[in-house]
Design a protein around this ligand. Sequence first.
Ligand SMILES: [Zn+2]
Ligand SMILES: [Zn+2]
Length: 341
Amino acid sequence: MKAYRLVSPAPIEHKPLLPADLPLPEPAPGQVRIQVSVCGVCHTDLHIAEGDILPPRLPVTPGHQVVGIVDALLPSPTPGRKGEAPGLRVGARVGVPWLHWACGECDFCRRGMENLCPQAQFTGFSVDGGFAEYLLADSRYVLPIPAEIPAEQAAPLLCAGIVGYRALKKAEIQPGERVGLFGFGASAHLCIQVLRHWGCEVHVFTRSASHQRHALELGAVRATEAGSSAAMLDKAVVFAPSGEIIVRALESIRPGGIVSINAIHASDIPSFPYATLWGERQLRSVANATYRDGVEFLALAVKAGIHATVQVYPLEQVNQALDDLKHSRFDGEAVLEMTGG
Ligand SMILES: [Zn+2]
Ligand SMILES: [Zn+2]
């Protein structure tokens, strides 16, 4: 099977993902093999390819927003193991998110916070992901994809959408609140649709003129550069991987407000006066997402009629897709389509 693998991280302009012809992977007990239809391209994939985040093994096939068809399945022999995803069978259409595996036994897993499991493994990072024709997944963590959502629409929901949804939950956003989104890429353009569904007033801060236009089309009351004054926001979500933007967001919320940070990687946060935080303002990071977040968000996506803006590339153009992502050359999210053959 065809796969695009990272052997040695490098700036994306040097095309670090290399084509490979690999044997078809065989599922272990408790795993499914999935024939990939489409795979979304996430900012995290760019960070991995460029070496900002180092995977525990190389080479590795990135890609963790996979939509495909179950093509083989081996039941788990482990008694007492949490069950497999409902409706899982050969031929089922499923999604594979970032969380590949969690231990199920540690304090975090027992509290439903498997996103923080110290032994957690991640798709396209700890194990091979979806920039390939096939991949293996743990049958407990694959998500059934609602029939209403086409494959290329579903892929961006699986990380940009689910982790964005967790960031909205971490910011404890209430219906009708005034919310700021700092940065406006794949995740934010899905979050704004959830916020509009909840009747929130959304203010978007981004440098890109094209992303500003996109935000206004999706119902933002205002789209401008960060720092160009702040209406007092109730809550804010930071998507830009920038410590300075995190401070900007904190400066723009009211006392008692919350800023959640939807970024796996960010530059250092510069020092700021205590007064910026004082008044019971809270700053929270978001790490990965739980299986439950995925189930909740996919149901919400159908109910809210979320439409992802996608730029489709053939798998062979994965380096180009990542390069275009780095330079904000499209709105929404890039999605790789398997061309077959
Ligand atoms: Zn991601
Ligand atoms: Zn655990």
